[in-house]
Ligand binder design. Structure first.
Ligand SMILES: Nc1ncnc2c1ncn2[C@@H]1O[C@H](COP(=O)(O)OP(=O)(O)OP(=O)(O)O)[C@@H](O)[C@H]1O
Ligand SMILES: [Mg+2]
Length: 472
């Protein structure tokens, strides 16, 4: 039963006894109080699902208690009962978080309806909490039982306890963001903000204002002042995703924030102090970028206080089976397909594959296979789109994709030679299709930065798929 325990806070003896009796007859567990102090005593000892609260009480106003209750994590639903009802006070009570507002005297039917509504509401909240939690906890968990994954989990636990800046390096799709979130969740800042900035996905001219905010009128279009992500993360953690992609100018400014923990908004001169824990990720070899003078060495040192390396999937292949099984269950549930398991042939194909796109590629392959399979069926090699025999270091093209490696330039429909820009466009789009829309991987294979790829796609009018540039 979603509603079990109820408090009645009412100083009028007759009304209180009457309500208590009606609720007991309906088999609720009822506590009765005639003052706010008495009710607070009950609330400090136990949790209640519902509360009837009178407004005028000997030691204060029931509405004050209503407001106080809102900051409690496990608060009861509050039904305000009053003999002096008005539209204005009803509106105020609802605004302050009341669930219902009843004017005395009220009928037994009104109580019945209120209880029913409260039960339905509580049930909905519980189901939604359960679903969110299940979804969140299952997709946030770092899976894998290999020794590599165990060491990674141990390292996460150690660094999470500290305030140290962490640099997470690893190939695309290895789980760097998952590691960053795990560090945050296990850190003393777990209940403070976690702000992510995808440095590769924000257009160059906006990135400084995204980082540090701007004052009103700082540039054309800055109609109001705006806080940057560092300010939003104050007291909490900021994730600088794909930090290798920021410009030299911004690298200098970021260095200052890391050193001094202070910044100025764009167009402003007030110095703002920020208390932020920084976690950065990169899928480029940052030491090499330093050698090539693309990334400042001093900034690299500031970021790399605790280095975390996330291994590519081909180096912990013993996890492929576990990951595949877990993803199978997740996607079967998500898509409502009753898949029975993974056939031995299919597992052989999964184990023989090289996984250049790492866990993300495996996850995508299983999701696609689940969608293509049927109820009561095992996943077979056909569902994967590749076989163990044919698996090399690149994934099979998606249905209809032209292999990006085709060297013959595509002719125009009239047989004439296409302009170079058009050939480039087709080549880029084919590469993107081959990597199932994963821009990081496509960019890597094309030998260009993800920022260049993003700019090109923008030029072609191809919308980015996932908000801030997430490739899933
Ligand atoms: N060990 C793991 N267990 C479960 N899921 C994982 C694991 N590693 C990665 N994933 C999943 O794979 C996908 C890619 O992971 P994530 O985004 O963390 O990769 P990344 O290293 O940040 O990649 P990129 O460099 O392309 O941004 C996510 O959906 C993530 O949940
Ligand atoms: Mg990432």
């Amino acid at each position: 039963m979603p509603i079990e325990k109820i408090i009645v806070l009412e100083d009028d003896l007759i009304v209180r006894k009457n309500l208590e009796q009606q609720l007991r007859q309906r088999h609720y567990d009822v506590a009765a109080a005639s003052t706010i102090a008495e009710a607070q005593e009950y609330l400090s000892r136990d949790t209640f699902d519902l509360m009837f609260v009178d407004v005028r009480l000997p030691d204060g106003e029931g509405t004050d208690l209503l407001r106080q209750l809102q900051s409690r994590p496990l608060k009861p639903l509050v039904v305000i009962i009053t003999g002096f009802g008005s539209v204005e006070s009803a509106v105020n009570c609802m605004r302050d978080g009341a669930f219902e507002y009843l004017i005395k005297p009220f009928s037994s039917d009104q109580i019945e309806v209120t209880l029913k509504k409260a039960a339905q509401y509580t049930q909905l909240v519980r189901v939604s909490r359960f679903l969110n939690h299940e979804e969140e906890s299952s997709s946030n968990e770092l899976l894998g039982r290999s020794s590599d994954m165990d060491s990674l989990r141990q390292l996460i636990r150690k660094v999470a306890r500290t305030q140290a800046t962490v640099l997470i390096q690893g190939e695309s799709g290895t789980g760097k963001e998952l590691v960053a979130r795990a560090i945050f969740r296990e850190s003393p800042r777990a209940n403070s903000p976690f702000i992510k900035v995808n440095c590769a996905a924000i257009p160059e001219h906006l990135i400084e204002s995204e980082f540090f905010g701007h004052e009103k009128g700082a540039f054309t279009g800055a109609l109001n002042k705006r806080e940057g992500r560092f300010e939003l993360a104050h007291g909490g953690t900021i994730l600088l995703d794909e930090v290798s992609e920021i410009s030299p100018q911004l690298q200098a400014k970021l260095l200052r924030v890391l050193q001094e923990r202070e910044l100025e908004r764009v167009g402003g001169n007030r110095t703002i102090k920020v208390d932020v824990r920084v976690i950065a990720t990169t899928n480029r070899h940052l030491e090499q970028s330093v050698e090539k003078k693309e990334f400042r060495q001093d900034l690299f040192f500031r970021l790399n206080v605790v280095p975390v390396h996330v291994p590519p999937l081909r180096e912990h292949k013993e996890d492929v089976a576990t990951l595949a099984e877990q993803f199978l269950q997740r996607f079967a549930r998500k898509h409502g397909v009753r898949v029975t398991g993974i056939s031995p042939d299919c597992m052989a194909a999964l184990l023989a594959h090289d996984w250049p796109g790492n866990v993300r590629e495996l996850q995508n392959a299983i999701e696609r296979a689940v969608i293509l399979s049927g109820d009561g069926e095992d996943l077979g090699p056909d569902h994967l789109g590749f076989t163990s025999r044919g698996s090399t270091s690149s994934p099979a093209p998606i249905i209809g994709a032209s292999p990006a490696a085709t060297m013959t330039p595509p002719p125009a429909s009239n047989g004439a030679i296409l302009p170079l820009a058009e050939v480039e466009k087709q080549h880029i789009l084919a590469a993107l299709q081959q990597y199932a829309g994963n821009r990081t991987h496509a960019a890597k294979q094309l030998g260009i930065s993800i920022r260049t790829l993003r700019n090109k796609l923008h030029e072609y009018g191809v919308a980015s798929k996932g908000g801030e540039g997430d490739e899933e």
